[in-house]
Design a protein around this ligand. Structure first.
Ligand code: SF4
Ligand code: SF4
Length: 145
């Protein structure tokens, strides 16, 4: 499967990937409304980590052995055997946060608006995820694992 790989040498911590991720997942996909509102479904699913001069943007690795899915008590996280994507089913989630603890990358977040979680879905319907497309410096690569 194709995964998003961060290239830390190119990341300049501009956080444009975070913003475009939020926009892609916002109901209106309107930048002004995104800034004005606090839609529960417009949380970012990619996170820029920065320490000193080093930065990189991290999102779900869609792990071959997804500890989040193994830990989920409700079957809300499952790995699609065809695509390799670790999908989230909001209808099944009970908001116990076990997956947040289980994920070794820290890329699942609580969604205060829904009482459930939010994670990267690789932007369904897009050939190239919004964050990858948005990065002005080529610091995110979509590549076959
Ligand atoms: S949420 Fe974490 S554990 Fe689950 S597939 Fe993504 S990176 Fe792996
Ligand atoms: S918070 Fe939701 S997705 Fe996460 S482990 Fe609990 S039920 Fe599963």
């Amino acid at each position: 499967m194709k995964r998003i790989y961060p290239i830390e040498d190119f990341c300049i911590a501009c956080r444009h990937c975070e913003l475009m991720c939020q926009l892609e997942h916002s109901p209106s996909r309107d930048l002004i409304q995104l800034f004005k509102g606090t839609s529960s479904s417009s949380l970012k699913r990619i996170f820029v980590l920065q320490k000193g001069p080093v930065s990189l943007a991290l999102n779900c690795r869609h792990c071959d052995e997804p500890l989040c899915a193994y830990a989920c008590v409700a079957g809300a996280l499952t790995k699609d055997p065809a695509t390799g994507i670790v999908n989230f089913n909001q209808d099944k989630c009970i908001g116990c946060w076990t997956c947040i603890v289980a994920c070794p990358y820290g890329v699942i977040v609580r969604n205060p608006g829904t009482g459930r979680i939010t994670k990267c879905d690789l932007c369904p319907g897009r050939d190239v995820p919004a964050c990858v497309e948005a990065c002005p410096n080529g610091a995110l690569a979509l590549a076959e694992a």
